[in-house]
Design a protein. Structure first.
Length: 235
């Protein structure tokens, strides 16, 4: 039980992609089968909060959950595994901390870019700011501690590393992560439905673009003619 009208489900405390994938499956399963009882769910790296409507008796709902414990994960439907291609300009003008991340990890800037743009990342959850995606999948070679002093101004679209996490600042804000590039994509817009480009369970891969390509894509987005690049996941 987690509050008067909510339940908290917890998994192992370590950030783990396979565990989080199972959590997402459970989230979809519960929302599908108990849509009348559940008001909303909120997922993090290792926990799933279930907020119930006030007419739902919490202990009765918990009994239902206990009866589901034996369900095999294969019985829970997978979500959409299309991979969003996210363009990132790693040019020095867009990447104030790229050289420092390279130095701390005994890599070249090119090696940092190659490593950062190689994995398929999964969105664990959005937090800190509306539409800020916390991503699972950062290579161990790129783990870099947060900056000692946060910046007062980080541009929208900035791609950054903080510890063993990577993410994208959806709007201009203060921030303490290491900025290694910037994407021209719009990650949060209240006029869109949904407003966040990325949601828990979304998969993405970064790919490097030039400064000229950044400007072109930015222009296409403003004109409403840009189309997201997608690829199919074969996992």
């Amino acid at each position: 039980m987690f509050g008067a009208h909510s339940v908290l489900l917890s998994w192992e405390s370590e950030i783990n992609e396979s565990t989080h994938a199972l959590m997402l499956k459970w989230d979809r399963f519960l929302l599908h089968h108990y849509s009348e009882e559940i008001r909303e769910t909120v997922i993090t790296y290792t926990a799933l909060a279930i907020y119930l409507h006030e007419f739902v008796e919490v202990y009765s709902f918990m009994d239902k959950l206990r009866s589901l414990q034996e369900i095999s994960s294969t019985e829970i439907e997978n979500g959409n595994d299309m991979i969003i291609q996210v363009p990132v300009c790693y040019a020095v003008e867009m990447a104030p901390d790229l050289k420092e991340v390279a130095r701390k990890n005994k890599l070249t800037s090119k090696e940092v870019i190659a490593l950062h743009s190689s994995p398929v990342y999964s969105v664990a959850f959005n937090g800190f700011l509306p539409g800020f995606p916390y991503l699972i999948g950062l290579p161990n070679q790129l783990i870099t501690a947060r900056k000692n002093t946060s910046r007062t101004h980080v541009e929208a679209g900035s791609v950054a590393i903080g510890g063993n996490q990577t993410g994208v600042y959806p709007t201009t804000s203060p921030g303490g992560w290491n900025v290694i590039g910037r994407s021209p994509l719009q990650f949060f817009n209240v006029n869109n439905d949904p407003p966040s480009l990325l949601t828990p369970g979304s998969k993405l891969r970064f790919y490097a673009i030039t400064l000229q390509e950044f400007k072109r894509i930015s222009k296409e987005i403003k004109e409403g003619v840009y189309h997201l690049k997608m690829e199919e996941s074969y996992d």
